[in-house]
Write a new protein. Structure first.
Length: 199
């Protein structure tokens, strides 16, 4: 009986490892918003992001926890066919989250090759299609699962490192999430802030 229980346990562990490995590989295959690394300064990475098209939603609430659920549902609904053409749009990474004093915004970056004219009109009137201009951002990466405390801690650390590097932040800090909640290992999170940059 003990041997049977041990085999069952081993089988469950193998299945769990297999599922997590598959999930991690699948996530890494998700198209990512393109960028160019301009400079690495210790833990900071300075990147240039080209102009991008995004679908965004503004929600009440000021925390990561409040925005991560309601914002994701609205935007996922749009790309999974909740639009005038019932068209499915590929998911990209990362998801951008900007927490404000009264409300917070989440953005999905649209895949390359789409234009503002080719994007279908959202069924949800709260979903906005926007053109985000090129920008240079300083980024700090961290792992594990995110929560409000972790995001706040890394926001503070990002701004400290930015100032120590002699860079000038020119906008609010935002969170960049790359992985689905069911991925338990090799998670990638980032906090980013736009900075003034002269080539």
């Amino acid at each position: 009986m003990k041997r049977k229980a041990m085999y069952v346990l081993i089988g469950l562990v193998v299945a769990f490892v297999g599922v997590q490995a598959y999930t991690t590989m699948s996530t890494k295959g998700t198209p990512q918003q393109p960028y160019t690394v301009l400079k690495t300064i210790g833990e900071l990475e300075v990147r240039r992001y080209p102009e991008a098209l995004t679908a965004s939603v503004l929600k009440p609430g000021t925390t990561y926890k409040e925005l991560s659920n309601s914002g994701f549902r609205s935007l996922a609904g749009y790309i999974f066919g909740g639009n005038a053409e019932e068209k499915k749009i590929a998911m990209t990474a990362p998801v951008h989250m900007e927490m404000g004093a009264d409300s917070s915004r989440m953005r999905f970056v649209m895949p390359e090759g789409l234009t503002m004219d080719s994007l279908p009109v959202p069924n949800d009137p709260n979903v906005e299609l926007e053109r985000v201009p090129e920008e240079v951002v300083a980024v700090l990466r961290f792992g594990g699962f995110s929560n409000d405390e972790k995001v706040a801690t890394h926001n503070d650390e990002l701004l400290r490192l930015v100032m120590a590097a002699g860079l000038e932040p020119i906008g609010p800090v935002r969170f960049l999430g790359y992985d689905p909640p069911w991925q338990l290992v090799a998670r990638r999170n980032e906090v980013a802030v736009a900075v003034r940059w002269e080539d």
